[in-house]
Design a protein around this ligand. Structure first.
Ligand SMILES: [Zn+2]
Length: 292
């Protein structure tokens, strides 16, 4: 996609936001927001600009993100090389933060020295969480027991370093909840939430946040939107999980942080608030959880 196309999209977002389509006059009054009316700001709390998919045009992707109102991006590690790359990007770029972690499908054959490297990386400046970690029973490349052991071990690392966790859960609801409960995980986020309201309630009861990707905009995901409606605003986060999961209107192409606004628009509509308000609330939530 060309820069011209995306910047015109950004303009559309800004116009929609500032026209106050979903914001009644009573909500726009003094004191309701510290932002000037029409200011959009979002944090992409789960992005993979550290993946090779973005090695060709990283500066353009960042420029488009800024135009769309993104004020910070958290690049999430999925193995040692991508964790290292996330840390490198965060050191170079004010705009980016990093997390380090081993995705459950990459936990086969992890050695003790890999854990030492992970811990060293986790102590780097601007590392704001351990993740993504969790359980993935959809891709059955890694035995459940191995996934579970490494999930637990990385939770312990997060606790040791006083960092929140970013949890990946695919078709493993019960087991993920059991581990989080047993290890008394209280700070973190269930990323790319894909469950129903019952799962959301359990996640919230642990104290965790819930984050939505472009999957919130998919036509078939009525149940997800129904769950989103019930989740308190103060526990919500936004993410792209790019290059994966582009929003409905961008399906079939590489996702990127600038597309976060599509998911934000869907969520603002569900919650009955303006895009600006949602941006401010979720940005504050992200700043608080990750101490940005
Ligand atoms: Zn991810």
């Amino acid at each position: 996609m060309s820069l011209a196309t995306t910047s015109s999209l950004s303009t559309i977002f800004l116009c929609r936001g500032s026209s106050g389509v979903e914001r009644g006059p009573e909500k726009a009054g003094v004191g309701s927001s510290i932002l000037p009316l029409g200011t959009l700001m979002f944090i992409d709390t789960h992005s993979h600009l550290n993946f090779p998919d973005f090695s060709e045009d990283y500066p353009d992707v960042i420029a488009r993100a800024k135009k769309a109102g993104i004020v910070a991006i958290i690049n999430v590690g999925a193995d040692l090389p991508t964790s290292k790359r996330a840390v490198d990007l965060a050191q170079k770029d004010d705009f980016c933060y990093a997390t380090v972690g081993i995705h459950p499908t990459n936990t086969n054959n992890l050695k003790e020295e890999d854990y030492q490297k992970l811990e060293e990386l986790a102590k780097s400046r601007k590392v704001v969480a351990v993740g993504e970690i969790g359980l993935d029973y959809f891709h059955n490349s890694t035995p459940k027991e191995i996934q579970k052991r490494n999930f637990e071990r990385q939770i312990l690392l997060a606790k040791k370093l006083n960092l929140p966790v970013i949890v990946h859960n695919r078709d493993a609801h019960q087991d993920v909840l059991a581990v989080l409960e047993e290890k008394e995980v209280k700070r973190g986020v269930m990323h790319c939430f894909s469950g129903d309201i019952n799962l959301a309630k359990k996640v919230l009861s642990l104290g965790l946040h819930i984050s939505f990707t472009g999957n919130l905009t998919y036509k078939k995901n009525e149940g997800l939107r129904a769950a989103a409606k019930e989740i308190p605003l103060k526990k919500l986060l936004l993410e792209t999980d790019c290059p994966y999961l582009p929003p409905q209107s961008r399906r079939g192409i590489r996702n990127e942080p600038g597309f976060l606004t599509y998911t934000a628009e869907a969520l603002a509509r569900i919650k009955g608030i303006s895009l600006e308000e949602l941006g401010e609330i979720t940005t504050n939530n992200a700043r608080e959880l990750f101490k940005l």
